[in-house]
Write a protein that binds this ligand. Structure first.
Ligand SMILES: N[C@@H](CCC(=O)N[C@@H](CS)C(=O)NCC(=O)O)C(=O)O
Length: 220
């Protein structure tokens, strides 16, 4: 049985849980999950660091294979568990999805993360509000690029759901929650119609709701 290390409140663990659900893989039957990270700890023990020297979640064990980096885990799961039942496998769709996954991890999240960590993981008296506001505004501009892509296609890689939609939607959902929770710190959130329609589509036709958070996990 596969073993997934990671707390459910982590965006990167949520990506993996959502992908597992799309592939029909069930906790307790196809994989076990061990709470680790933040207040659960366990991710700095020598045993864990031997699996993932970064000391971060998610970390996936599948037999002798150990994987970390959430987007890599999604790619692995999709390849290993007959992705053709759930995701398009033509090369163009796959690589359009890959493109957005790399953009999420290399461009969108590093920008939004400044606002996210600043507001949810930093004590109030240590927060750098100008840099939080700047990061939020920059993230909004980036998300507007995705909105443009969604004008004439339903999902990030075309007209069918793909693994690339998973990391993107989890970032967008945090972008929305940050504004909802701290409107005076993020400034206004631009209304992006195609993003709203895409998020509703994901809520209605995928396992997004399994991992979607209604409120931010704010560490005091
Ligand atoms: N690039 C890595 C980042 C992993 C990461 O930053 N994980 C965070 C949770 S989202 C973590 O383990 N933080 C330490 C903790 O939870 O204690 C990935 O995509 O998997």
């Amino acid at each position: 049985m596969m073993r997934l290390w990671g707390r459910k409140s982590s965006i990167n663990v949520q990506k993996v849980l959502w992908c597992l659900a799309e592939l029909g893989l069930e906790e307790g039957k196809d994989f076990e999950r061990i709470d680790a990270g933040l207040h659960f700890g366990k991710n700095r023990t020598p045993e864990f660091l031997a699996l993932n020297p970064n000391g971060l979640v998610p970390t996936l064990e599948d037999g002798d294979l150990v994987l970390w980096e959430s987007n890599t885990i999604l790619r692995y799961l999709a390849h290993q568990h007959d992705q053709s039942k759930r995701f398009p496998t033509d090369i163009a769709s796959q690589y359009r999805s890959e493109k957005w996954m790399d953009w999420q991890v290399g461009t969108m999240w590093p920008t939004l993360r400044v606002a996210f960590l600043g507001l949810t993981r930093t004590p109030e008296n240590e927060r750098n509000y100008p840099s939080i506001l700047k990061a939020y505004e920059e993230a909004s501009q980036l998300i507007a690029l995705l909105d443009q892509q969604l004008i004439d296609q339903k999902y990030c890689s075309g007209n069918a759901f793909h693994i690339g939609d998973i990391p993107l939607a989890l970032c967008v959902s945090r972008w929305m929650l940050l504004n909802q929770t701290f409107p005076d710190k993020t400034g206004p959130r631009p209304q992006l119609r195609n993003i709203d329609v895409w998020m509703r589509r994901l809520e209605d036709s995928t396992h997004f709701n399994l991992v979607a958070e209604k409120e931010l996990n704010i560490v005091k």
